[in-house]
Design a binder for this molecule. Sequence first.
Ligand SMILES: *Cc1c(COP(=O)(O)O)cnc(C)c1O
Length: 431
Amino acid sequence: MKLYNLKDTKEEVNFSQAVKFGLGKNQGLFFPKKLPVFSKKKIKELLNKKFVSRSQKILSMLIGSEIKKKKIKNSVKSAFNFSKPKMINITNNIYCMELFHGPTLAFKDYGARFMAHILSCLNNKDNKSITILTATSGDTGAAVAHAFYKMKNIKVIILYPKGKISNVQKKLFCTLGKNITTISVNGSFDECQKLVKKAFHDQEIKENTQLNSANSINVSRLFAQICYFFEIFYLIPKDLKNKLVISIPCGNFGNLTAGLLAKSMGLPIKKFILATNSNNTVPRYLDTGIWNPYKTISTMSNAMDISRPNNWPRVEEIFHKKKWNIKDLKYGYVSEKKTEKNIKDLYQKYQYISEPHAAIAYTLLKNKLKSNEHGVFLGTAHPIKFQDTVEKILNIKLKEKNSISNIFHLKDLSYNIQPNFNKLKKILLNK
Ligand SMILES: *Cc1c(COP(=O)(O)O)cnc(C)c1O
């Protein structure tokens, strides 16, 4: 597969290079030159397959012949080796697609694990040591750390905003040690991301380490996420297939990008709703045509506390390339108060326990869904990851989750730094 740089369209790379480089010149995002399209018949065929074998087909088709089919197949199989997504019926016309049954209880397990396995495949060929440097608002860190944990020749360094991630998130990835280093930064997620971007452009760092960002800007992560949009159509009752509206809680807009890519490949998704919290740069942009990020504010849905979403240029490029109208994209943002109210509603009316991210997508879906449509909102994280918030709002005690019961006594091994580039540089260069 060939991809080009959105900021410098003359720069072209293949898939393996895009995975290794992460970003192109001028911090430009890579974008596929040709978006493959499946025929209706092929889509039908795909939808008859099970999740893993279907995903193997989709990713092989996307990536093409530059990586051996067998390697792609094995990577998908090892990456997606946990419980499949679940579709939960909430009301007569609303469903939740739960994507949080992986090892770190958020959808990010899909992308991070596929990336880890593909990268390890590519890396075995070169046999060089790689450093994964990434910023997280909580869930990426956990997913990436677990995906790369104990992998040969791969070192992982993760930055996160101190005090702004949940206890479960912290215990999941700041306690691993071995090839995983975690750094808490006295600042916001955007500041963490800035430090990371700077490191990628520092000459001395470039010369001494082979850096890779496992952020959702990496195409391997995005591509892996396309697979569960197909799974939605496998799980939903057949007669709803042409009436489906999908509501997505957006932070860095990776999920929305993956969903749009799935649609561009022929999956008949009727509409998307993009939902943000009060960090609403995109909803304001779609209202006014002016890109004007405000300072990031902390909310309950901390994985969406992002005011400069990295993937947005890709969303615009898809609309441009497919000649779709951006006005068909539904959007909105949800305040803390409304989020809280809808977490309560979901529980009291439908006995469904949700967390703030999914509840934001649910809120807009419920408000915007027409009577002839059916809606799916993405359940992006398990409620236990936001235990304190959910328990306080619902005034209940959440059931313990067996798979993580042994993490709570583990020690936080993080370094702490000011948002100061030289500190990070020292750690990266082992000085
Ligand atoms: C990362 C994350 C999001 C935002 O997803 P993007 O792909 O960055 O838009 C939403 N909810 C949860 C729980 C997340 O971890």
